[in-house]
Design a protein around this ligand. Structure first.
Ligand code: AMP
Ligand code: FES
Ligand code: ZN
Length: 309
C-alpha cells in the first residue's frame, strides 16, 4: 500500500478513511484530526490554560505532545494513585516524558492526601475501579478549579467514547446520555472537560505514540480485571472490521441527532449544587461523597489497628 499523501510505502492502513500513511505523513493526519476536533467542538483557544490529565498511557502522553506541538498552553497533571509498584512505574513514565519535553507537571499523591487506592481496595465495599475513577474525576476537577485552568483535557479516544456510549445506550441511561460528548461546558463548580482525541481510534493513538518514540506505561492496572468495556470494544472491533467507519458514524450521529433529546429530558431533573463544606467541590449534600469515603476509610483503618493491637 502507498501513502495517500506522498506515495511512499505506507506503514499504517486506515480503512475507515480509505487511506494509508507512511511514518512521516501519519503524524500529520493525527494533527489534522486533533485540530478539527478542537475547532469544530470549540474546545479551547491558544489564550487559555489547559490542564492535561496524564496517566502515562499512549493516549494522554500522545495528546500532551500534540497539544504542545500545536502551541497550546498546557500543564500536565498526574495522580499518583498509591497502588504498590504500578503507580510508581506510571509516575516515572510521566515525569520522564515531561522532563524530556520540557513540560510543566503537577503530581498529586493520593497517599499523602490520606487515601491511597490500596486502602480503598481494602476498606471500601464497592468495586475499587468505580471508586478510583470517581476519586480521579474529583481531583481533576478540584485541581483544575483551584489552579484557575480554563479546561481539563483527558486522553479518551474514539474507542473509549463509543464503548461508553454503547453501554449507556444498552441501559438507556438518560442522565449519562444527556452529557456524554467530547465537550462538557463549565457549570456549577465544574470546569470545562474536553476530549481532543475523540476522532481518533486506539489503533491510531498507539501508532502516534510509537512513531513519536514516546515511552509509555502500558501495564494494566493490577486491581482491574481488564480494560473497561472490554466486551463492548471487542464487539465494535468486529463491526468496524465488517464496515469501516461505523464507529465514528455511531458517535457522530449521536452528537448530531441523539444527544439533544436526552438533554431536554434531563433539564428539569437535578438537585441544586453547593460547595462541599470540607473541600469546596460541588455537591448536593453538605459534604461530598469523596470526603465521606475518605472519613469512613480512616475510621475503618483506625478500628483495624486497634483490633490488631
Ligand atoms: P482511563 O480511565 O484509565 O481509560 O483513562 C482515561 C483518561 O483519564 C486518560 O487518558 C488520562 O487522561 C486520564 N487519567 C487516567 N488515570 C490518570 C492518572 N492516574 N493521572 C492523571 N490522569 C489520568
Ligand atoms: Fe483505579 Fe485501577 S486505575 S483501580
Ligand atoms: Zn468534599
Amino acid at each position: 500500500m502507498k501513502c495517500s499523501r506522498c506515495k511512499k510505502l505506507a506503514c499504517v492502513a486506515l480503512p475507515s478513511h480509505h487511506a494509508g500513511f507512511c511514518p512521516e505523513c501519519f503524524p500529520l493526519f493525527f494533527t489534522r484530526q486533533v485540530e478539527t476536533a478542537i475547532r469544530r467542538e470549540k474546545m479551547f483557544t491558544k489564550d487559555e490554560r489547559i490542564l492535561v490529565a496524564l496517566s502515562g498511557g499512549k493516549d494522554s502522553l500522545g495528546l500532551m505532545l500534540e497539544l504542545k506541538l500545536q502551541g497550546y498552553d498546557v500543564t500536565g497533571l498526574h495522580i499518583d494513585l498509591g497502588i504498590p509498584d504500578s503507580s510508581y512505574k506510571a509516575r516515572k513514565k510521566v515525569e520522564n516524558f515531561c522532563d524530556a519535553q520540557d513540560l510543566k507537571l503537577d503530581v498529586f499523591e493520593m497517599e499523602k492526601w490520606g487515601l491511597p487506592v490500596c486502602d480503598i481496595k481494602e476498606h471500601v465495599d464497592r468495586p475499587v475501579c468505580a471508586v478510583c475513577g470517581k476519586m480521579k474525576r474529583h481531583h481533576f476537577n478540584r485541581i483544575a478549579r483551584e489552579g484557575g485552568y480554563d479546561a481539563l483535557a483527558t486522553g479518551h479516544n474514539l474507542d473509549d467514547e463509543v464503548a461508553r456510549l454503547f453501554a449507556n445506550t444498552l441501559r438507556w441511561d438518560t442522565a449519562y446520555l444527556s452529557d456524554q460528548g467530547p465537550v462538557l461546558p463549565a457549570a456549577d463548580g465544574f470546569v470545562r472537560k474536553v476530549k481532543p482525541l475523540f476522532r481518533l481510534t486506539e489503533f491510531e493513538t498507539a501508532n502516534y505514540a510509537f512513531l513519536k518514540g514516546i515511552e509509555i506505561h502500558s501495564d494494566p492496572c493490577p486491581y482491574s480485571s481488564g480494560a473497561s468495556f472490554t466486551n463492548h470494544k471487542e464487539l465494535w472491533g468486529e463491526l468496524e472490521y465488517r464496515s469501516p467507519g461505523q464507529k465514528f458514524q455511531f458517535y457522530q450521529g449521536f452528537l448530531q441527532r441523539g444527544k439533544q433529546a436526552f438533554a431536554n429530558l434531563e433539564k428539569e431533573i437535578g438537585a441544586e449544587l453547593k460547595p462541599c463544606k470540607e473541600c469546596g467541590s460541588p455537591t448536593s449534600v453538605g459534604r461530598c461523597s469523596i470526603c465521606r469515603i475518605k472519613e469512613s476509610v480512616a475510621t475503618k483503618k483506625a478500628a483495624a489497628t486497634v483490633e490488631g493491637l
